[in-house]
Design a protein around this ligand. Structure first.
Ligand SMILES: [Fe+2]
Length: 131
């Protein structure tokens, strides 16, 4: 069974925060991989006892991934900035804002909270999503 080399990202000294962030990203990868593995095992069995254990452990991995993501935000200020902007970009994208409005978030002159025209003729429809 292939396993992650435990010395994959080790260096013979204490790591800088930047190096540690790189290592934590690998940890997040491992947590996400575990979530998918447990989800596949859940789908592959009707054993309710096993499913209960798998669900519990899978949820723990979700929590671990979230905690590591919070840690990344502390270790990598640029990632933290993207996190702050991503919520606003998400809101704009799902509200039908223009590409320009979305890309202006976080830029000089870009609104941190751009207004979106959500009048009926501007709402997302299957037709305008195709264009
Ligand atoms: Fe974990």
């Amino acid at each position: 069974m292939p396993q992650t080399n435990p010395f994959h990202s080790l260096v013979p000294r204490k790591m800088t925060d930047s190096e540690l962030a790189r290592s934590i990203r690998l940890n997040i990868e491992a947590e996400l991989d575990a979530i998918n593995l447990y989800a596949a095992h859940l789908d592959a069995t009707d054993n309710e006892e096993a499913k209960a254990i798998l669900r519990h452990v899978m949820d723990e991995e979700r929590e671990h991934a979230s905690l590591f993501w919070q840690l990344i935000a502390r270790l990598d200020p640029e990632q933290a900035q993207h996190d702050r902007e991503a919520s606003e970009k998400y809101r704009l994208i799902t509200s039908g804002a223009s590409h320009e409005a979305v890309e202006a978030v976080g830029k000089e002159g870009g609104s941190a909270r751009a207004e979106v025209d959500v009048s009926p003729h501007k709402q997302l429809t299957v037709g305008n999503l195709r264009r």
